[in-house]
Design a protein around this ligand. Structure first.
Ligand SMILES: [Zn+2]
Length: 440
C-alpha cells in the first residue's frame, strides 16, 4: 500500500514538470559528442528540459520541438575550466588596486556575477573556483545551481588554505588596519601545524566548500618576497588531504617550486595547480599517484605583462619573472611524459571570458588540438567528479552544449569565439549574440 501511494505521489509530482520539459533539437554539421573519439558528421542532439535525451545520426526532426540549426558549425560539449577565481577585475590590475579601498563585499559580489556571465558566454558551462570569499562564491554557486541566475556550474573551494605568511594568507603585504580587518572578517584560512590544518579544512567544509584548495608553495601575486619554493610542511599537507578525504572532498594544491610540487604529490592531492617547476621525480610521482596537472599557462604570461607595465609590487614582479620562463617548459615535458592534464587557466590573473586563449598556448607547446579539447571537457569533468553529468554529449547528461562556426581541430583559436551556448537546456547565446536566460 505504502509503495503504491509512494509511486502515485511520485507520478503526481513528476507529471507537471515533465509537461513543461521543452524539447530542443540541435542539427550539428560536425558533432564532437565524445571528445575521446572521432567527431560525427551530420548528427542530431535531442534535448528534453535540462537533459540530453539522445544523439542520432543524420538531421532528425521531433514534432513540436524547437530546432537550432547548427549544420554549418561544430557542436561540442560545454567547456570546463578547472581553475578560475570569479572575482576581481584583472582587466586593469592598476585600476583594481586603486579601487580596493573603496570597494565593498557587495561590489565584489556583483563583479563576480558579471565575470561568471562572461565566462558562460565564452562557452565555459562549468568552472572550478579555487579561492574566493567563501560567502560570495557559495552564494553565487547556489543561486546559479538553483536556476535563479544565469552562469556556469560552479565547483567552489571557498578560501584556499595557507600557512601564515603564505600564498592565500589574506594578511600579507597589507597595512595594520587592513590586516586587522582580514583577521576579523574571514574564517581563518591560515594554519600552522597539522592539527591547525585539520581545523582549517573543516572550517571551509562547514562554510560549504565542494573541494579543498591549499598552497604548498609561494605564489606570484601574494605580496611576500619569499620566492616560489615549498612553504608548507609535509605533515601539514598530509593532514589537509586526510581531513578532506573524511568529508569526501577532493584536494587541489597550488604549487610552483619543484619541492612544493613533489611534496603535494606525495601528500596525495588530486591535482597540482600551476606545477611550474618540475624534475624527473615530479613525473614519476604524477604517474605513480595518477594526480592531474592543471597547467594555467595564461597566468604567468598575464602576470609578467602586468609586471612589465608597473602593475605589480617588486615582490610580485620578481616571482612573475621566475614563473613565466618555466611554466611552458614543464608543460611541454608533461605532454611527452603522458601526465594527465586537465584544462585550467587561473583566470582572474588574466581577464575573465578569455579563458579559451589557454588552448593556443597548450597547442603551441606540443599538445594535439583533440587532446586540448579533451582536457577541457571529459578530462576536466573527471577531475571535478562531474563525469556522469558533464564533459560529453550523451543521453542522460546535462544539456551543456556549445558550437563554433569553424573547425577547432584545424584552428584551436576557433574556441576563442564561441557562437552558441546552451547550459542545462537553456540557450544563452545564439549566432554569436548573447541572450542570457534565467528563471522561466
Ligand atoms: Zn589560482
Amino acid at each position: 500500500m505504502k509503495s503504491v501511494l509512494a509511486s502515485a505521489l511520485a507520478l503526481a509530482l513528476a507529471t507537471p514538470a515533465a509537461a513543461q520539459d521543452a524539447v530542443t533539437v540541435i542539427h550539428a554539421g560536425t558533432l564532437i559528442a565524445d571528445p575521446a573519439r572521432a567527431p560525427l558528421r551530420g548528427a542530431t542532439v535531442v534535448v528534453r528540459g535540462k537533459t540530453i535525451e539522445s544523439v542520432q545520426s543524420g538531421f532528425v526532426d521531433v514534432p513540436g520541438a524547437r530546432v537550432v540549426d547548427l549544420r554549418s558549425a561544430t557542436v561540442m560539449p560545454g567547456l570546463i575550466d578547472s581553475h578560475v577565481h570569479l572575482n576581481g577585475n584583472p582587466d586593469d590590475r592598476l585600476q583594481a588596486r586603486l579601487q580596493a579601498s573603496s570597494r565593498d563585499h557587495e561590489d565584489y559580489a556583483f563583479t563576480a556575477l558579471i565575470q561568471a556571465r562572461r565566462t558562460l558566454l565564452a562557452g565555459f558551462t562549468t568552472v572550478r573556483d579555487l579561492g574566493n570569499d567563501p560567502r560570495l562564491i557559495f552564494s553565487l554557486r547556489d543561486s546559479i545551481n538553483a536556476g535563479e541566475l544565469a552562469g556556469p556550474t560552479i565547483v567552489a573551494a571557498g578560501r584556499g588554505i595557507a600557512i601564515s605568511g603564505g600564498h592565500h594568507d589574506q594578511r600579507t603585504g597589507r597595512n595594520r588596519d587592513l590586516t586587522a580587518m582580514a583577521y576579523k572578517q574571514d574564517i581563518n584560512n591560515t594554519c600552522d601545524g597539522a592539527d591547525d590544518c585539520r581545523r582549517a579544512v573543516r572550517e571551509q567544509v562547514a562554510l560549504g566548500a565542494d573541494v579543498i584548495k591549499f598552497a604548498a608553495s609561494g605564489g606570484v601575486l601574494s605580496n611576500v618576497a619569499a620566492g616560489l619554493a615549498q612553504q608548507m610542511m609535509p605533515d601539514e599537507m598530509k593532514a589537509i588531504v586526510d581531513t578532506a578525504r573524511m568529508f569526501n572532498r577532493r584536494v587541489a594544491s597550488h604549487a610552483h617550486g619543484v619541492d612544493g610540487v613533489n611534496a603535494a604529490l606525495r601528500a596525495g592531492v588530486d591535482s597540482v595547480e600551476h606545477g611550474t617547476f618540475t624534475n624527473d621525480e615530479s613525473f614519476r610521482l604524477y604517474r605513480q599517484t595518477g594526480a592531474w596537472y592543471v597547467p594555467t599557462l595564461l597566468a604567468p604570461a598575464a602576470a609578467l605583462a602586468d609586471g612589465q607595465r608597473g602593475a605589480l609590487t617588486p615582490a610580485q614582479f620578481e616571482k612573475a619573472r621566475a614563473a613565466a620562463g618555466n611554466a611552458e617548459k614543464s608543460f611541454a615535458r608533461a605532454i611527452r611524459e603522458g601526465v594527465k592534464i586537465a584544462f585550467g587557466t587561473d583566470t582572474s590573473v588574466s581577464p575573465h571570458g578569455r579563458n579559451a586563449e589557454e588552448f593556443a598556448l597548450m597547442v603551441r607547446n606540443g599538445m594535439q588540438p583533440a587532446a586540448a579539447i579533451k582536457s577541457a571537457t571529459i578530462d576536466a569533468a573527471t577531475l571535478l567528479g562531474l563525469e556522469s553529468r558533464a564533459g560529453s554529449i550523451a543521453p542522460g547528461k546535462d544539456a551543456d552544449i556549445i558550437a563554433v562556426d569553424g573547425d577547432p581541430f584545424a584552428n584551436i583559436r576557433e574556441l576563442e569565439s564561441v557562437d552558441f551556448v546552451m547550459k542545462h537546456g537553456r540557450v544563452h547565446k545564439l549566432a554569436g549574440k548573447r541572450q542570457l536566460t534565467e528563471v522561466d
